[in-house]
Design a protein around this ligand. Structure first.
Ligand SMILES: *Cc1c(COP(=O)(O)O)cnc(C)c1O
Length: 198
């Protein structure tokens, strides 16, 4: 498990990789790790696999659908801006069929409005935009390693973030919040990838 995490981090040229039992749990933990306010709105595309939207609901947040760009089929940054309200806490963009979202426009919008960005990169692996690894845009990116994806462990997934300080929180969220045998620091899930699959 540790060897796969470090080899993937090296291969993808990112600060760290956290492995998961699947991409859906990874995405749910990405949202939980960003401390989004209960009841907040997350702007998301409906042109995706159901899990991208279900995890928003599972976190007690409200999905707000935004239409896609007819050429790239990815969430349209111009339409995103028209949907931002004072309840908006995040944008969840999905890279589709190997076409990356307009990550630069989306990240700029999020910075302007002080909101978080999560990318569902189940359809992307080792992609770069302007030379930068795709999983270093936004605050956290999820990769799925399901058997139908580009790189796989039969079932599996990963979270990657440019913010190295998120790694300990992601680790706790993935493993029941257990810091050590005596200390439970938060209410986590069981999201660990097992050794056999790693
Ligand atoms: C496959 C997929 C998921 C879910 O990933 P799992 O590893 O199967 O849980 C989420 N979003 C998109 C866009 C997908 O294609």
């Amino acid at each position: 498990h540790r060897e796969l995490e470090s080899r993937l981090a090296h291969f993808l040229d990112v600060p760290f990789v956290s492995l998961f039992n699947n991409g859906t749990v990874a995405l749910q933990i990405a949202l939980k790790s960003l401390d989004l306010p209960a009841g907040g709105e997350v702007i998301v595309t409906p042109f995706t696999f159901p899990a991208s939207v279900h995890v928003i609901d599972a976190c007690g947040l409200t999905p707000v659908f935004c239409d896609i760009d007819p050429v790239t089929l990815t969430i349209d940054p111009v339409r995103i801006e028209s949907l931002i309200t004072d309840r908006t806490c995040a944008i969840l963009g999905v890279h589709v069929y190997g076409i990356a979202c307009d990550v630069k426009a989306i990240d700029a919008l999020a910075a302007k409005h002080g909101i978080k960005v999560i990318y569902d990169a189940a359809h992307a692996f080792a992609t770069r935009v302007d030379g930068k690894p795709i999983s270093l845009f936004g605050d956290i990116t999820m990769h799925s390693f399901h058997a139908t994806k580009l790189f796989h462990t039969v079932e599996g997934g990963a979270l990657i973030s440019p913010h190295a300080e998120l790694q300990p929180t992601i680790y706790l969220q993935r493993n029941f919040g257990i810091a050590n045998e005596e200390t439970i620091l938060l209410a986590g899930l069981n999201g660990k990838m097992n050794e056999l699959q790693a």
